[in-house]
Structure formats: C-alpha cells, structure tokens
Design a protein around this ligand. Structure first.
Ligand SMILES: Nc1ncnc2c1ncn2[C@@H]1O[C@H](COP(=O)(O)OP(=O)(O)O)[C@@H](O)[C@H]1O
Ligand SMILES: O=C(CO)[C@@H](O)[C@@H](O)COP(=O)(O)O
Length: 553
C-alpha cells in the first residue's frame, strides 16, 4: 500500500501544499494559495495606519487560510484516502516572526494592539530593524562575542534579535505584553498540533541559538538594553529541537478543517531553503545545494566533529539542516534579480522587438545569443553586487559594476557578463568554504533559475569547475518539508525512521548533469583571477568609491 506525506511551503507571496508519495517522492498533487493580504509594506489592513520605509508585514490569518484551502484541495485532486497520509511537515521564509500571548494568539488579533504595526508578523524582508542590528553588531564586536563568528561577523536586520529589539525600542507595550516572540514556522505548528517547540533551524540561523552555548549571554542582552536581561527565560523560551522531531499530532479542529486524520504526525517547522537539501537527496558532506532564484542561498554540510569558521557565511548551526552535521549557509543577495534588472531597465528596444517577432521572451533571446559567445570573448567583467554583497563581504553598501565596454559591446555580451558575474560570486563563496575546512566537491541546484536558464548552469559548472546536479521536483522545499513529516511519523506509522532513509527513497535529481568543459574552465580561471582582484579592490576598503557614491545619492 502506498503511503503519502503532505508538505506545506510558506513563501513570500503565497503558500502551497504538496502531496507526495513516500515510495519515490513523486508529487501527486499541489495547490497554491496567494496570501489575501500579501506583503503589507504601505499600510496595515486598517488602511489609515501607514507603515514606514523598509517595513514588510504579513497577516497570520493568511497562513491558516493556506492550511484551510490547500490541504483539502490536494486530498481532493489526488483522490487518495486521507488515512494513507503518514505525516505532515512545513517550511517557511525566515526570520518571519510575531509576538503572541500566553494562549498563542497573535497580538495583532487583539483590539488593543491591532493598530500598532509592531504587533503584526514581521516578514523576513522587513528591513526597518537595520539600526538595531547595527547596534547589536557593534556591541557584540566590542565585547568580542564568540557567537558573532558563527554568523560571518555580522547579524542581519532580517533576523530575530534585531526585530525584537526594534519592538522593544519603538513599542515597549507590545514587547511587555508579548508572552513569546515566535518564528511564524513554529507558530503554524502550534496551530496544527497545540504544542510550541522551536525548531533548531530557525533558532540557530535566525535567533543565534547554539546547541552547546544556547543563546547569547544574559549579560550581553542586558548590555543591549537592561529590559532584555531575562529575555532567554521569558520571550525566547521554548524547547529547541532538531528537524524531523514530531511536534505532536494534528488537533481535532485541524483534522476537521483539513480532512486529514486527527493525531497525524506533524514535524517541527523548517526554513524553506534548508528544507530543499534532503529533497535533492543530499544528506552528506561535500555537496553544496544552491537555491537559485531572485537571490541564491548556498547550503553545505560539514563534519560532525568540528565547527569551522568561514568568512562571510550567513551561519553555521549544528543539526541546522540535517541532524548529525554542522549545516553552513551563505548567500548572494541578488542573481535572477540582476538578470531581470537588465531585461527590464537596460536592454535596448530592438531586442524586445526581435523577441516579440520571434514569439520568445527577452531572457530566452539573450540567452540564445550569449550561448554562441566563448568565455572571455565579450571582454566584459561584472561585480555582481546590484543588491550589495551578502557573502563573503556582508556589505549592503556595495553596488554593481561592469568594465570592458567598447563601442561595439552587444546586449547579449552584457547579459552573459552578468551571468558570469553571478557565477564568479558563487565561486568566491565556494572557495571560502573549501579553503576553510568545509569541502565543496559537487553542486546541486534547485529553484527557478536552473529550469529557466541552461546557459547560466553551464557557466556555473565551468566557473566553479564542478559537476552540477539539478532537482527533479518543481516544489523542492515542500518535498523536503513532506520528507521531514514522514520522519516525524516514523517507520512504524508508515513513514521513515530518519531523514537519511527518506532522502534515499524520496530525494530527486534529474538524470542529466552539467559537466565542466575543460577549455572553458581554463579561460574562466584566468578571468576569475581578475574578478578576485576587483572584488578585493572595491570590496575590502582599498577603494570605497561605491560607499561614497551611495552616500552622496
Ligand atoms: N530565463 C531567465 N534567465 C535568467 N533569469 C530569469 C529568467 N527568467 C526569469 N528570471 C529571473 O528569475 C527570478 C525568479 O526566479 P524564481 O526562482 O522563479 O523566483 P523566486 O526566487 O521568487 O522563487 C527573477 O529575478 C527573474 O528576473
Ligand atoms: O532567509 C532565508 C533563508 O535563510 C529565506 O527564507 C528568505 O531569504 C526567503 O527566501 P525566498 O524568497 O522564499 O526564496
């Protein structure tokens, strides 16, 4: 008898449920629900209350809507018997967090708080907490805090501590009246099961929790602000457990809403990018998974014995991706967005015209022409910093650059140089890991870009001189979430006893690989040396022109 699992992937604009077979990971049915309130970056749902710059909020009811609509929809489409579902797991953007009361009710649902923006869900890309992140970073550096090195030397404004401190500073009553600050991932699991547990992925990568050392010290929090002194026992309390842990059984109410059996095993939450790793079958060292879309997240597992320090990584967390390993994460803050920028704002009209005449899109046309060029033929070189540099420089003040233009430079040459710049940026990240005791032997890719742009993937293989394997699932994070749901169920209940077993059976990659072409590798090695020189020159303080230009804007 075939058994199934449900994975729910909570993205930025929408959530989707996927029903997968536990035999082989095949996606039997999926259903997407756009969040009715989307991303709130102008006003609260009460339109009279305006939000400041860099705010990005969400409505927690939208997350429940996804459960309510998407789960029954996949059961209906598939026609399976709900009793054959063994487990359920979710993944979420992060750090997407909210204040809740002692009953788990979001403060934004209460009349007395709903007009205060700080009572709502702060979405991962809410960047208004930057001044608070800066303050935390300065203090941590001054105090020589050990935890800072686990985050490449800087905490992000996207993460839990900066967002909590922002609430304390700007809305002390919300801070006071919050029983807990919860990751939305953990809050949704609370809705599904009635139990509140913090998953080690979001706690580790986004709230500075460490398996041995716990959170930063009480003393450090006190130094940020005396009112934060007891935060670990109060607003951050909650057991932190590894991924795949069973959070509990589906409640009677949720069973009625979803059509799934009451008591169904539900796994603790997970981060979207991280959930993708086992979905590609990756549960061992040496294989870097790249989630490639508007931006790129790079994840790699390191030895169980030793936590390594790697310049500019976003974080290292024990059990943070696959239990039993140190999980390392790094990233490029733009990739698809840069190619999209060129098409939307810089490609000439005649390219659009030709694409229209040929019934193709501009990306595809530029890719087709760029594929005819040899490495180095354009004479162009780009620094891929259109949205700053996340890894390894951790500097949002940096900006994009291209050199080598002549009067005969063509649009496809610029497009190819942008693809190459992104690949060089990834190579820099790979080298940082590889040279610091975290080997990267093979690359795995998922997300939209590998499906959309084969030339990009070939350039990545050539620039990194590594084989690249591509996900064979459209909903990779949801598949990963479902796999952790199966692990929460365990083999006795028809699931799996470990994520290793689940990955072996359900992880999926395409048969065709991208393989480096030796003569391209040779040429790109030379260009990469030039890229590295420019990278250091503009990125490490020798010439701060990018920073100055930004200041003068
Ligand atoms: N053919 C293409 N080649 C390269 N980039 C593309 C192409 N088509 C779209 N893009 C870019 O891909 C990004 C979307 O990637 P996708 O993985 O679908 O989304 P997301 O990151 O939001 O999950 C956009 O930034 C867009 O500009
Ligand atoms: O922060 C992370 C991963 O660490 C992501 O959740 C966040 O960047 C959102 O990513 P997506 O836009 O959903 O791909």
């Amino acid at each position: 008898m075939t058994r199934y699992a449900v994975g729910i992937d909570y993205g930025t604009q929408s959530g989707r449920a996927v029903l997968v077979s536990l035999e082989n990971g095949n996606e039997i049915a999926d259903h997407v629900v756009e969040y009715p309130h989307g991303v709130m970056d102008q006003t609260l749902p009460n339109k009279n209350i305006k939000l400041g710059h860099e705010w990005a909020l969400q409505h927690p009811a939208d997350y429940v809507d996804v459960i309510r609509q998407a789960v029954p929809a996949v059961l209906k489409t598939s026609g399976i018997n709900p009793e054959d579902v063994a487990g359920l797991g979710i993944d979420f953007t992060a750090s997407t967090m909210l204040p809740i009361d002692a009953e788990g009710v979001p403060l934004c649902w209460k009349d007395e708080y709903k007009n205060n923006p700080h009572s709502w869900v702060k979405l991962w890309k809410h960047h208004a907490a930057q001044p608070y992140a800066n303050e935390i970073n300065e203090l941590a550096e001054k105090r020589n805090e050990r935890f800072l090195q686990r985050y490449g030397g800087k905490l992000s404004s996207e993460w839990m501590l900066a967002k909590i401190y922002e609430t304390l500073a700007e809305a002390p009553d919300i801070y006071e009246n919050a029983d807990l600050f919860a990751e939305a991932a953990d809050w949704v699991i609370l809705q599904l099961t009635g139990s509140f547990l913090r998953n080690s992925c979001t706690a580790g990568y986004k709230a500075c929790w460490h398996k041995q050392d716990g959170y930063p010290s009480q003393n450090f929090f006190k130094d940020i602000d005396p009112r934060l002194e007891d935060i670990i026992e109060t607003k951050l309390r909650g057991e932190v457990v590894p991924l795949g842990t069973k959070a509990g059984g589906l409640t009677e109410e949720m069973a009625a809403i979803t059509g799934l059996p009451e008591g169904l095993a539900v796994a603790v939450g997970n981060v979207d990018a991280h959930a993708s790793v086992p979905a590609l079958g990756v549960v061992e060292e040496g294989k870097m998974v790249m989630t490639m879309g508007t931006s790129i997240c790079h994840m790699v597992l390191g030895k169980k014995e030793e936590e390594m320090e790697v310049e500019g990584m976003c974080g290292v967390v024990e059990d943070g991706i696959i239990p039993g390993y140190y999980g390392y994460e790094a990233g490029q803050s733009a990739a698809g967005d840069i190619f999209g920028w060129y098409v939307d704002h810089a490609a000439p009209q005649y390219v659009f015209q030709e694409a229209q005449e040929r019934g193709t899109n501009v990306h595809a046309l530029l890719e087709e022409r760029a594929a005819k060029l040899a490495p180095g033929e354009s004479g162009l070189l780009a620094l891929d910093w259109w949205n700053g540099n996340r890894s390894v420089l951790v500097d949002t003040e940096l900006s994009g650059m291209m050199l080598g233009f002549t009067l005969s430079t063509k649009p496809e040459e610029v497009y190819r140089a942008l693809l190459e710049g992104a690949a060089f940026g990834t190579r820099m990240i790979i080298d940082a890991f590889d040279h610091n005791g975290v080997p990267v032997n093979e690359l795995y890719a998922c997300g939209g870009l590998p499906q959309k742009n084969p030339l990009l993937m070939q350039i990545y293989a050539d620039v990194t001189n590594r084989v690249i394997k591509i996900a064979d699932s459209v909903q990779t994070p949801a598949l990963g979430a479902a796999m952790f749901g199966a692990v929460a169920a365990g083999a006795e209940a028809g699931g799996y006893n470990s994520i290793y077993e689940a990955a072996e059976k359900m992880g999926k990659i395409k048969k065709e690989y991208y393989t480096p072409v030796p003569e391209n590798v040779k040429m790109y090695e030379k260009i990469y040396q030039e890229y590295s020189r420019l990278y250091n020159y503009f990125g490490r303080g020798e010439n701060d022109v990018m920073r100055r230009l930004k200041q003068w804007r």
